[in-house]
Design a protein around this ligand. Structure first.
Ligand code: SAH
Length: 421
């Protein structure tokens, strides 16, 4: 006999997307530095800043090119800016990068960096080479505001939002670390927008819920996709969300990058247990938002649905057939993700056989279905398994204890996670 932890919290509706953004923004970082970090400016933000200094917009674009195309961080070297502008910048601004405190390479080439952020928090960023692509898995928060039951970040609680500069800093550092070295090793790609940028794809699948930190994530996406920034095509930048419906709509209007949805279950009943935000934004509302997202896009877009394979919980043939009903008529790709276990988890990874059968049912029904290869296993670098050094890792448990809702783990060896009394 076992009880799914989420059952115990089922009576409390999760917060709305707006409330999550409000709560998260209260925990925005407050910089201890005197100078403002220029990595925190989108192209339009930089133009505004230059306008306030009485400078023309093209000067802002010159500065952006120095930072993102030439990787120059000292104003003295930015020779096409006037001395007056340079000394003004010198006095009030700087280009401040996160400090690399750990740098590990896995046997399959996956590279993990632990980056020290402002205020001492550490987060992880992962670069995954695959053929002529190098994908960077970027974090948006320290910890996470959501309580998805299969995710190790959730067990750490929420600490704070990352600032735009800290999100951008992850890509800047990865490009720097991989650029010349990668080229020497033949990993750098011919299709990178500039010779200094080795990262070809970005996925917001690190720690945190990007759409709960919309204010900082949106301008970062704008910089990633701007020709004056990293110049990545919108198809190569993916925001992954558990489904904050109002912000999916906003993103579609503001910056229509590629979208991935953490679906993980075909019915509301099951999804509520695995992804609690489903109680606020049920599957029908989520799918309607996805349909709106792809409607009228300038390029043909299909949405990636992520589905973590949990043994005996969501990996049965019946659930594959339910997924077919949900996805077959939509521009959708399904990505099955073998569950990555972490200490104290109630779940187990589905067997390879169960995953293959599940995939076959979907493929036979015409749903494009891939199985994600687990990468960077030997350095704990799997997406969704980023164990940053969040100071208070027991926050979630504390919250539950305060509310008298202590999570009950599966005790009996023969019961399946997700079983409930
Ligand atoms: N909050 C966002 C982004 C972070 S999680 C979201 O929910 O999409 C990004 C992805 O990591 C999830 O979709 C899930 O596929 C994966 N993930 C999280 N925990 C995992 C685990 N224990 N095993 C395998 N994948 C996991």
């Amino acid at each position: 006999m076992s009880t799914a932890p989420t059952e115990l919290v089922a009576n409390k509706a999760p917060e709305s997307a707006e409330a999550l953004n409000r709560r998260a923004s209260v925990a925005n970082p407050v910089s201890a530095f005197e100078k403002t970090n220029l990595l925190g400016f989108s192209p339009s933000g930089m133009e505004q800043l230059f306008a306030e200094m009485g400078e023309k917009p093209f000067r802002a674009r010159q500065l952006l090119k120095w930072i993102y195309h030439r990787k120059v961080t000292g104003f003295a070297d930015m020779t096409d800016l006037s001395k007056k502008v340079r000394s003004r910048l010198e006095g009030e601004y700087e280009i401040r990068l996160p400090e690399v405190v750990v740098d590990k390479t896995a046997s399959d080439g996956t590279r993990k960096w632990v980056l020290k952020m402002e205020g001492g928090n550490a987060i992880e960023t992962i670069a995954i080479p695959d053929g002529n692509r190098v994908t960077l898995c970027v974090s948006s928060q320290v910890g996470c505001v959501l309580d998805c039951t299969f995710c190790s970040t959730a067990t750490q609680g929420f600490n704070r939002n990352l600032s735009m500069a800290e999100i951008v800093g992850q890509l800047w550092v990865a490009n720097e670390m991989l650029g010349p070295k990668a080229k020497a090793e033949g990993v750098a790609c011919s299709n990178t927008p500039t010779s200094v940028n080795a990262i070809t794809n970005v996925v917001m699948m690190g720690m945190g819920e990007p759409l709960a930190n919309y204010q900082q994530v949106l301008p970062a996406m704008q910089l990633f996709t701007s020709d004056f920034g990293f110049g990545l095509s919108r198809k190569r930048v993916t925001v992954s969300t558990s489904g904050l419906v109002p912000y999916i709509d906003k993103l579609g209007v503001d910056c229509d990058v590629a979208l991935a949805i953490s679906l993980h279950a075909p019915t509301d009943e099951l999804r509520e247990q695995i992804v609690p935000i489903n109680r606020r934004y049920p599957i029908a509302e989520l799918m309607a938002a996805c349909d709106r997202y792809v409607d009228g896009k300038s390029f043909q877009m299909s949405i990636t649905y992520e589905y973590v394979m949990l043994d005996g919980v969501n990996d049965q043939p019946e659930q594959a057939r339910q997924l077919v009903k949900l996805l077959a008529e939509r521009p959708a790709k399904l990505n099955l993700i073998p569950f990555n276990p972490f200490p104290d988890t109630q779940y187990q990874r589905s067997s390879d056989d169960a995953i293959a059968k599940f995939q076959k049912i979907l493929m036979n029904a015409g749903v494009v279905t891939t199985v994600r290869r687990t990468r960077g296993d030997d350095i704990d670098a799997a997406c969704g398994q980023l164990v940053g050094q969040v100071k208070d890792r027991s926050r979630r448990r504390e919250r539950w204890e305060k509310l008298g809702r202590i999570p009950v783990r599966t005790e009996s060896a023969d019961s399946k996670p997700g079983d409930s009394k």
